[in-house]
Write a protein that binds this ligand. Structure first.
Ligand SMILES: C[S@@+](CC[C@H](N)C(=O)[O-])C[C@H]1O[C@@H](n2cnc3c(N)ncnc32)[C@H](O)[C@@H]1O
Ligand SMILES: [Zn+2]
Ligand SMILES: [Zn+2]
Ligand SMILES: [Zn+2]
Ligand SMILES: [Zn+2]
Ligand SMILES: [Zn+2]
Ligand SMILES: [Zn+2]
Length: 453
């Protein structure tokens, strides 16, 4: 399986003190497991340990096993209990219920949010009393559960923020422009639902939210953790995934992924590589699968460093239920979420959106506020403001920045000289923790000519 690789980065977490922790990227199948599948191996100053792949809050998933302890028989035995603790889902029963519920009138269809069960009101008394029941349920609602299921807005885990209609249309438009009709939806139920409703697309949803079992045929949804590429129903799920991948060879396949914000980049990149490798084995192809990955612009250095073929596009991805991530007209930059993709940027057609303009030099659509720089030879803005070129830094910088002679770079006017802000990354290699002048990879990096898209 995967070769051992190590990526250095820092915990990106705005609420807690940042602790430098590395994820050791390796085959996770021999790791201890928790309720979220195989754990990841972390490495910090304090040593190497296994911890949950998806929960960042210890209260949610306290599992912590030192690497040394994992060699002990007793520790291994104790960890086996998790195999029984992970709930078993009866997909067939869920499918039968959905089929049965669909035969009923909308007023007889109901979903209990307390028990997470779909049911016919006339057939059971179980959900009376203080259960939170949604009823009636129209055809439309059964096909679009994301539009009415209460979202799980726990920032440490599920963090379900749904795309606005416009963002969904944009994604499907990009796929059409690339003549791709099969979509592997990873954490993107609204894209899956839109694809299911369209004769032009086929899709398979992989998501951690088990409620989707109740609204999908068994071969349309797999309970999945994107941080360890784990399918909870093992071989059965693997067969479904592989069948979908195989059937996608002629039709073109794209991963559309929207992880919870704050999720770590390294394991996600590893997942993309593993899925691509599975696809390549089945379809006798090579390379990384086409992907559209929604993630905040400030993750660009990490992503670019680990998977340079992914380019960040300027499109601001807007969400229905995220106050901060809706574009407001009130002057703020709006959503910080962008698409990272290996599809040609010119296939992202924003001609219908007045917030964007076509850059004749870059040959793709960019935000209206993004000025093309003739020295950098690109539209440089990342955060939605109009960047200004600094001759001393030899790059475009945020308009609020001023060049500081002591730090030898453009900085916020209120910065403390010499202090490297955690969020700043080296101009050369994009890693955090050092400046360009101290970069260990001095000869490579951003001075390379940008490939045309
Ligand atoms: C930020 S939301 C994205 C939703 C997307 N914008 C949409 O409109 O369909 C994150 C999604 O990932 C799912 N998710 C959260 N943690 C996950 C994990 N570890 N593995 C797989 N899916 C996960 C959530 O259930 C949710 O659907
Ligand atoms: Zn866990
Ligand atoms: Zn109930
Ligand atoms: Zn440009
Ligand atoms: Zn410039
Ligand atoms: Zn400067
Ligand atoms: Zn300074």
């Amino acid at each position: 399986m995967a070769k051992k690789r190590k990526f250095t980065s820092e915990e990106h977490n705005t609420q807690q003190k940042t602790v430098p922790v590395e994820v050791v990227i390796e085959d996770v199948t021999k790791h201890p497991i928790c309720l979220h599948g195989p754990t990841l191996l972390f490495s910090s100053e304090k040593g190497r340990y296994f911890a949950c792949a998806s929960c960042r809050d210890k209260k949610e998933c306290p599992l912590h096993i030192d690497e040394e302890d994992w060699k002990k028989e007793g520790v291994r035995k104790r960890n086996e209990k998790y195999y029984n603790l992970i709930p078993k889902v009866d997909k067939k029963a869920a499918w039968n219920t959905l089929t049965e519920v669909k035969t009923r009138h909308a007023s007889d269809r109901a979903y209990c949010n307390t028990c997470n069960e779909l049911f016919n009101i006339s057939q059971t008394k179980k959900h009376r009393g203080d259960h939170r029941v949604t009823t009636p349920l129209t055809e439309e609602q059964l096909s679009n559960p994301s539009s009415w299921l209460p979202t799980l807005e726990n920032d440490y885990r599920e963090a379900q923020y749904l795309f606005k209609k416009k963002a969904i249309t944009t994604v499907l438009g990009i796929l059409k422009n690339n003549k791709i009709s099969n979509i592997l939806c990873i954490g993107t139920p609204t894209i899956h639902e839109a694809a299911q409703a369209s004769p032009e697309f086929e899709s398979l949803l992989l998501d951690f939210d088990t409620r989707h079992h109740q609204f999908n045929a068994p071969n349309k949804f797999l309970w999945y953790n994107m941080f360890n590429n784990y399918l909870f129903d093992g071989n059965n799920d693997e067969k479904i995934l592989k069948k979908f991948l195989k059937g996608s060879k002629e039709k073109g396949l794209c991963i559309v992924m929207d992880p919870p914000f704050g999720g770590r980049v390294e394991p996600l990149i590893h997942t993309i590589r593993e899925l691509s490798s599975t696809y390549n084995q089945i379809c006798e192809t090579e390379g990384i699968l086409p992907i559209i990955w929604a993630f905040p612009y400030f993750s660009e250095p990490y992503i670019k460093n680990m998977m340079p073929e992914l380019k960040m596009h300027d499109y601001k991805v807007e969400y229905e239920n995220h106050k901060k991530f809706k574009n407001s007209k009130s002057g703020k930059q709006g959503s910080p979420v962008r698409f990272f993709t290996n599809l040609p940027l010119r296939t992202i057609d924003l001609s219908n959106d007045s917030n964007y303009k076509y850059c004749e030099t870059c040959k793709y659509w960019v935000a209206k506020t993004n000025n093309h720089c003739n020295i950098c030879k690109e539209c440089c803005s990342k955060d939605g403001t109009s960047y200004v070129h600094c001759k001393k830094c030899n790059r475009c910088v945020k308009p609020t920045y001023e060049h500081c002679g002591t730090c030898e770079r453009c900085c916020h006017p209120n910065h403390r000289c010499g202090v490297i802000v955690e969020s700043q990354s080296c101009y050369n290699c994009n890693q955090k923790g050092h400046k360009q002048s101290q970069c260990p990879q001095k000869t490579t990096g951003r001075n390379k000519k940008r490939k045309s898209n």
